[in-house]
Design a protein around this ligand. Sequence first.
Ligand SMILES: [Zn+2]
Length: 441
Amino acid sequence: MKERDLHKPFSKRVFLFIVLALFALMIGSLAALANENKVTVMTSTLNVRYGPGLSHEILTQVHEEDSLNILGEENQWYKVRLSNNNIGWVASWLVENEEVSADTRANGRISGNQVNIRQFSSADSPVLGTVNMNEEYQILYTEGDWVQILYGGRVAWIHANYIERLDSTVIAASSEETNGHQIRIGMNPTNIRSSPDANAPLVQTVSSVETYMVIGEENSWYEIELSDGSTAFVASWLTEPVTDENEASAQSSQAAALPATHLSEATIVIDAGHGGHDPGAVAKTGFTEADIALATSLKIAENLRTAGANVIMTRTDDTFVTLNDRVYYAHRAHADAFISIHYDAVDIPNSMSGTTTYYYSENERELADTINHYLIQNGPLRNNGVRHGNYFVLNSNHRPSILLELGYMNHDHDITLINTAHYHQTIADAVYYGLSSYFSP
Ligand SMILES: [Zn+2]
């Protein structure tokens, strides 16, 4: 963290951009909401709270396969009506929309040129792009004169005059044919690829047990449907068929792997320091603080997501993000914890070594202490303890926030470790253990 970063002027334009960008991110869940008003509980036990966030008291608990009616949405939490007519809130990422099946989806064909695609269902909302005659897009939802489509991987709106709904018999037929043919993967971390070949680009790695619908088979690879409706391939020998008998055992093993801890209900913002034109500290070997902070942050995010947490990253590549925007991510998501990742440097090389955990307000001390406890236990570097730090991302942050300086870029011993995948995994494990402990009742 450099001194000059601490007093960046507030930019209204950037603020507006982030508001719109975050709103766009939210549209994904709103789309599901618009389509369906029921969700199914995916974890063995799920807390229903009095309000939309982990800080609210628990009203009751519901269980895997229970169905809940959605009444509203806020901060990525669903307001739900329970079977006894009580109303409470559940974390949206721990439930799954029901009734979204292939045959309810349809494609639409564009019937005009240079037709505007908009962010919302109104003619004065921002234009996201244009489409042309005969292009086809998946239709998600229709509302009055507006049709919601999947456009470039996100949801967007087009006026109904410019899109024709196509007959969805092809999609419906394939879903019928494969009904009941489900597979389970993720007993061990399993790679999903873009084509039926072990060298094909990786789409994602599934590291918890999940069930997928098989829609085709090629060279002993299954083509499966992912949750966003896209398809990808998995080697058939890494899968097991879903039958009623092993359904029960898988559920129990999954429940053991992902207990309904409070961490799984938590929204965590992981803030990789620096990026873009701001490299942060630069090691004499040439690698930058921005790069290793990002590599560390991606590993932390992966660990926390595996544990069921809702993870938001302030950046996922080498782009510049203002300090205001980083804090805004925490406020917008009503984050339960914000963790900023940095690596240190001092004027005199080799004069300082090790990790330091910073907090700003006294009520963030517990979060700092808990994470630091596991850094001491797991970390290979000297631990410089927990300190008060007057950093912008902490002092202007209304959500519980800490900043980790995870080693010195200009210390000869530190730099041999901090740019390794092993070190990033060690840090990710420490953060996971720390947050699990911090969020346990
Ligand atoms: Zn820094």
